[in-house]
Design a protein around this ligand. Structure first.
Ligand code: AHG
Ligand code: MN
Ligand code: MN
Length: 327
């Protein structure tokens, strides 16, 4: 039987080559792996735990909140706080960032951005959901309180990004800026094991992914491109969990689009928690990610924690072709 490298082993090997002497960054990645296992345990048996359904609230960006959104958010924050090596978190579920400042603890130079549960409208019907994370080096001094600018950094400043997909199997995929590596959770061992080393996105793919239900409010360029896709006999796939749609795109190639719409004139997806981490992963795997104005997502200025943007992400040649239509 093949003996697979565990996530911990992989991170520690990476620590040596990165000269992360203090182990702070590696420790943070390992804590994200632990939080993923805890969320996975609950997502997997959600139907048995009275944790399905609406929480009754609306989050800061106006989305309906599910009980599992809250659970995943609380778990991520608790694990990152207890790690002692994370300075603070900004989450899609919290209006403001959370500063873990504690006079008695060691200072940390890293902050984390999270979408604790992505695709949460799919939870109750047993369709894949995910967790997205990004890690930035803080800009403010380690002895001080965190500031908004520590989180509102361009995506190009990310030092790591990743996601966990709670799918037919649970996978954790991440990059620290070199290769993109995927780990599948082995329940028997209780570890994420390296299953997809050095993931590369195909140059082109046969799938396109968009919520066609909003077609009435797409720009003429987007509509022209969608007609072109249909004319090319491309297959439409749309799960409604960005992590799952982007994971398929990463593995098989193709394109995912969430353009501006009448109800979301800035786009729906959040730059800090969704677009930047996934754009870093796709770019590091050889793909592309831009907005409707053909600006690279990772170069966009971030002015607010919950800022949104349009996104066109996927195989390099498919994105280039889409932009020829979109203009
Ligand atoms: P979240 O569950 O974190 O709010 O994210 C949902 C997002 C994303 O995962 C997905 O691609 C998109 O919303 C689906 O939106 P529509 O239902 O408007 O297509
Ligand atoms: Mn999301
Ligand atoms: Mn979410």
């Amino acid at each position: 039987m093949i003996r697979r490298t565990t996530l911990d082993e992989f991170i520690i090997t990476g620590q040596r080559s990165m000269q992360d002497a203090s182990g702070e960054f590696s420790g943070l990645l390992r804590h994200l792996g632990i939080a993923a296992k805890i969320i996975n345990r609950v997502v997997n048996k959600a139907g048995l735990l009275d944790i399905l359904g609406l929480d009754g609230g609306i989050n800061t960006t106006g989305d309906t909140v599910q009980k599992l959104d809250i659970y995943a958010n609380d778990m991520m924050i608790e694990y990152l706080r207890n790690s002692g090596i994370c300075a603070g978190v900004a989450s899609e579920e919290n209006e403001d960032f959370i500063d873990f400042y504690d006079r008695n603890l060691l200072r940390s130079s890293y902050v984390v951005v999270i979408d604790p549960l992505d695709g949460s409208s799919n939870i109750d019907v047993n369709i894949s959901v995910g967790t997205i994370f990004g890690i930035y080096k803080r800009l403010s001094h380690e002895d001080r309180r965190l500031e908004k600018r520590d989180f509102c950094q361009r995506g190009s400043e990310l030092v790591a990004a990743g996601y966990v997909l709670y799918g037919t199997s649970t996978m954790l995929v991440y990059t620290t800026g070199k290769s993109v590596n995927g780990f599948t959770y082995d329940r028997g061992v209780g570890e994420f094991c390296l299953s997809h080393p050095d993931m590369r996105i195909p140059e082109r793919g046969k799938y396109y992914s968009i919520n066609q239900g909003y077609s009435q409010s797409f720009s003429p360029g987007i509509s022209r491109y969608l007609d072109h896709c249909a004319g090319q006999n491309k297959a439409l796939r749309y799960i409604g969990s960005m992590v799952a749609d982007v994971h398929r795109t990463l593995c098989l190639g193709g394109i995912f689009l969430y353009p501006v719409t009448r109800s979301n004139p800035e786009g729906k997806l959040r730059i800090l928690y969704e677009c930047n981490p996934l754009s870093m992963l796709i770019e590091k795997a050889g793909g592309k990610s831009v907005n409707e104005n053909n600006e690279r997502i990772l170069d966009l200025e971030v002015n607010a924690l919950h800022q949104r943007c349009s996104i066109i992400i996927g195989s390099a040649k498919d994105v280039d072709e889409a932009m020829e239509f979109i203009g």
